[in-house]
Write a protein that binds this ligand. Structure first.
Ligand code: PLP
Length: 383
């Protein structure tokens, strides 16, 4: 039975607790020195870094040389988007960029910045079932085309292999932000046919502050950060060997458990969805059928997302609205707006994301308190 003092963590898409395997690997490697050192201690650090690179490559259908360590998923996305734009710019080609309209700010903001510097950004369309449209934009050459593997708010999984193949027909490099997918659903870099892929360790039980870009040898983006020649010159800087080892350990463990965890979580997710639909009137679900196993994204029209979060927090339940809040103002999610959801309904959205430690008892507890929470938030009204 859930006691009042035990928080129920249902915000795994924001970050996941560190896996014990990752903690052990980090502690084992944290004393190692510079992997660039030309002496035995350097070679020892280098060997650990290369082992981590090999493990990550093996888990994701890539070659070790294609693994570029970064300090976050955000950095990996920026490197790909800005780096391909700069590569086109250096080749005196027009900088045309094609993207889905539901990208994470880690992709969207570099696109907006590049647009300010003269790049032409064109967005695909999307509907409320998460079906992408205007795919003909992929039939003209571009500096880069991009679509995330799975959406951080709705959990929707997009047909990335199909989009990448269409872009490849015109020689366009394709970047996929797979931050929400890696470690949760099967991801094979070579099978996807993409040019670059971004991932983030803390989304699958690795340390916060470590990510990587899988990058084919060619075409490769220009580096965004310049300095030494580490990581194929794409991401110079002395490598964090302990975080790389912890990331590899977390990913290996997540992949080994993936099928069983996905099966268990999708059952809990379906139970949560059915329970909400049965006990609360007028709800709008945003998570489509083809989605990550642990996502439930739903609007409760008439209730402010912030009020829902606060009332759930009082019940020791950690959830999210799904969209970025700034200065305490609940903004409608740009993803939901792009999907055709009204501004009022988008502001009434709540995201539960389940993870390895989520139990059936926790889901029952949420279902027991949620009707009252929604009724209270609805009676407080929208700001
Ligand atoms: N891309 C997606 C889809 C995400 O969900 C996130 C994190 O929420 C990121 C990129 C950024 O990853 P990081 O937190 O490692 O910078």
């Amino acid at each position: 039975m859930q006691t009042a003092l035990e928080p129920i963590y249902l915000d795994y898409a924001a970050t996941s607790p560190l896996r014990p395997e990752a903690q052990a690997a980090w502690l084992e490697h944290v004393h190692l020195l510079n992997p660039g050192g030309q002496y035995s201690l350097g070679r020892k650090a280098r060997a650990a870094l290369e082992t981590a690179r090999e493990q990550i490559a093996a888990a994701l259908g890539a070659e070790p040389i294609e693994v570029i360590f970064t300090a976050s998923g955000t950095e990996a996305d920026n490197l790909a988007i800005t780096g391909f734009a700069h590569a086109a710019w250096n080749n005196k080609q027009p900088v045309r960029l094609v993207a889905s309209p539901v990208e994470h700010p880690a992709v969207k903001e570099p696109l907006q910045l590049l647009a300010k510097h003269g790049a032409q950004v064109e967005l695909l369309a999307i509907d409320h079932d998460s079906q992408l449209g205007q795919l003909e934009l992929l039939d003209q050459p571009a500096a880069v085309a991009t679509c995330m593997f799975a959406n951080n708010e709705t959990g929707a999984i997009y047909p990335v292999a199909e989009l990448a193949a269409r872009a490849a027909a015109t020689g366009t490099p394709f970047h996929v932000d797979a931050v929400q997918a890696v470690g949760h659903v099967p991801v094979d870099f070579h099978q996807l046919g993409v040019t670059t892929l971004a991932a983030s360790a803390h989304k699958f039980g690795g340390p916060r502050g470590c990510g990587f870009l899988l990058a084919k040898r060619s075409p490769a983006p220009q580096p965004v950060v310049v300095g030494g020649g580490q990581e194929r010159g794409l991401r110079p800087g002395t490598a964090d060997v302990a975080s790389a080892a912890a990331t590899a350990a977390a990913l290996t463990a997540a992949v080994a458990e993936m099928a069983a965890t996905a099966d268990r979580l999708s059952q809990l997710r379906d139970h949560l969805t059915a329970g909400i639909a049965a006990s609360i009137p007028d709800v709008i679900f945003h998570t489509p059928k083809k989605a990550l196993p642990g996502h439930v994204h739903v609007s409760f029209p008439g209730a402010e997302g912030d009020s829902l979060l606060m009332l759930l927090d009082q019940q020791q339940i950690c959830a999210a609205t799904g969209s970025a809040c700034s200065a305490g103002v609940n903004r409608a999610s740009e993803t939901l707006l792009a999907m055709g959801v009204s501004e009022q309904d988008a502001r009434a959205a709540l995201r539960f994301t389940l993870g390895p430690a989520t139990t059936a008892a926790q889901v029952e507890h949420v279902l027991a308190v949620l009707p009252q929470v929604v009724a209270q938030a609805r009676s407080a009204g929208m700001a």
